[in-house]
Design a protein. Structure first.
Lengths: 248, 158
C-alpha cells in the first residue's frame, strides 16, 4: 500500500513537472508569435507609408495657361462635334493613330467642324531609358502655357513624328527645347519650363484623372462624350465616322 | 511526405507573391490605376487598396517562403486569390479588356480576353496550394517548426 502511494506521488510530481514545462513552452510560443505579429504590423505600416509618399497623385500642381481641367482644347469652341483624345507621348499606337487620322482631324479643326480636347497623360516612363513619356508630356504643357493651342498642336505633331522606339533613350531636353521653339514658344522660358519639369505634377494628376474617367489605356477616343470601346482600329473608324458625319 | 507537399506549396505560392508585390512596389500610382480599372471598389478605398496591396503581397510571400505563421499567411493568401479570381471573372463577364495588373502594369490590353482563362486557372491553382497550407500548415524547413516548436501556431493555451 505504502509503495503504491509513493509511486502515485512520484507520478503526480512528474505530471506536475511536465505540466509546468508545457505551460512554459506555450508561454514562450505566445511571446514569439506576439513579437512576430507586432513586427509585421510595423513593416506593413511602414510599407504603406512609403507607397503613399511615392504616389504624388492629386498633390497641388501648377495648371498651364489656357487649360481647363486637364484638357487642351484645339479648335473652335462652337464646333458641332467634340473629340477627346487621351494620349501618352511614348505610346506607339498613339503615333500610329495620329499618323492615320492626324491630317484629317487638323483639316476638320481648320474648317470649324470639330474641336479636339487633348488629354496628355504619362504612364510609360518604364518604356524609356530617360523618362521620355513624362518629359515630353511636360514639354507639351510648357508650350501650351507659353504659346497656346496652335503651338501645342505643332509640338504634339513634332513629338509623334519623332517618337523614340520603346525601350530606347528618347531625345534630350535640349532637343525638346529646340522643338518647342520650332512650335512657337519663346526659347528662354521654354528651356526653363522643360528643364525644371514645370508641369510634371500637373501631368501626374492628369494621368490619375484619366483613370478616374474610366480610361485604361491610350489612345482612347471619345466622340461627343461617348467613349469608343474596342481596338485601336475601332478608334480610327469612329474618328473617321465623326469627321464624315460633320460634312467634311 | 505531406510535409514536402507543404514545402512545395509554400515556395511556389510565396515566390509568386514576392515577385508580384515587388514588381508593383516602385510605382504605387500605377497600382492604384490597376485597381481602379476593375471598376469594382468604391473610389474612396481605391487608393488605399492600391497602396496597401503590393506591401501585403510581399509580406505574405515572405512569410510563406520562411514558413513563419504559415496558417494565418495562407489564410490571407487564399482570400487574396479568391478576390483576384472574382475580379478577373467580373472584368471578363463585363467584356472589359484590362491587363490584370497581377505583376505590375494594368490598364487596357487588347489581348486581355484571351488571357483571362489562363490567369484564372493560375490563381485557382495557387488558391489550391494556399488552401492546402490552411488545412495542413505543417511543412519541412519552416520557421514555425524551429521557433514555435510546432507547425500550428495556435494561441490555444496548455
Amino acid at each position: 500500500m505504502g509503495k503504491k502511494a509513493a509511486q502515485e506521488s512520484r507520478t503526480a510530481r512528474a505530471a506536475e513537472v511536465l505540466e509546468t514545462q508545457r505551460r512554459e513552452e506555450s508561454r514562450r510560443r505566445r511571446t514569439t508569435i506576439s513579437a512576430v505579429v507586432a513586427a509585421l504590423v510595423v513593416i506593413v505600416g511602414l510599407g504603406y507609408l512609403v507607397s503613399t509618399t511615392l504616389d504624388s497623385s492629386g498633390e497641388s500642381a501648377l495648371t498651364p495657361g489656357g487649360v481647363d481641367g486637364y484638357v487642351v482644347t484645339v479648335g473652335d469652341d462652337a464646333a458641332p462635334t467634340t473629340l477627346d483624345f487621351y494620349e501618352d507621348p511614348q505610346c506607339p499606337i498613339c503615333q500610329q493613330f495620329e499618323s492615320e487620322i492626324g491630317d484629317d482631324v487638323a483639316a476638320a479643326v481648320e474648317a470649324g467642324e470639330v474641336k479636339v480636347d487633348y488629354h496628355v497623360v504619362s504612364f510609360l516612363d518604364d518604356a524609356s531609358q530617360n523618362q521620355w513619356s513624362s518629359r515630353a508630356a511636360n514639354a507639351l504643357m510648357v508650350v501650351q502655357d507659353l504659346a497656346g493651342p496652335e503651338a501645342f498642336v505643332a509640338m504634339h505633331d513634332l513629338l509623334y513624328d519623332n517618337q523614340p522606339t520603346e525601350g530606347t533613350a528618347g531625345p534630350s531636353d535640349a532637343q525638346l527645347v529646340a522643338w518647342a521653339v520650332e512650335a512657337g514658344a519663346p526659347e528662354a522660358a521654354a528651356r526653363q519650363g522643360i528643364e525644371s519639369g514645370r508641369f510634371d505634377q500637373f501631368v501626374v494628376n492628369a494621368t490619375d484623372q484619366m483613370s478616374k474617367d474610366g480610361v485604361n489605356g491610350t489612345p482612347t477616343v471619345f466622340v461627343d462624350g461617348e467613349k469608343v470601346d474596342g481596338t485601336p482600329a475601332d478608334s480610327v473608324a469612329a474618328v473617321r465616322k465623326a469627321l464624315g458625319g460633320s460634312g467634311s | 511526405m505531406r510535409d514536402w507537399v507543404g514545402l512545395l506549396a509554400r515556395v511556389v505560392t510565396g515566390g509568386v507573391w514576392v515577385v508580384a508585390g515587388a514588381l508593383k512596389l516602385p510605382d504605387p500610382a500605377a497600382s492604384v490605376r490597376a485597381v481602379r480599372a476593375y471598376d469594382l471598389l468604391p473610389e474612396a478605398v481605391v487608393p488605399t487598396v492600391g497602396h496597401l496591396l503590393p506591401v501585403v503581397e510581399v509580406v505574405v510571400g515572405l512569410l510563406l517562403l520562411l514558413g513563419l505563421l504559415t496558417r494565418p499567411a495562407a489564410v490571407v493568401s487564399s482570400l487574396l486569390f479568391v478576390a483576384f479570381v472574382v475580379g478577373i471573372s467580373a472584368a471578363w463577364a463585363r467584356g472589359m479588356s484590362i491587363d490584370c495588373g497581377c505583376f505590375g502594369g494594368g490598364g487596357f490590353d487588347a489581348d486581355a480576353r484571351e488571357k483571362y482563362p489562363w490567369e484564372i486557372a493560375r490563381d485557382v491553382g495557387l488558391l489550391a496550394a494556399s488552401a492546402w497550407l490552411v488545412v495542413r500548415p505543417s511543412s519541412h524547413l519552416s520557421l514555425d517548426r524551429r521557433l514555435l516548436g510546432g507547425s500550428t501556431p495556435s494561441p490555444r493555451s496548455t
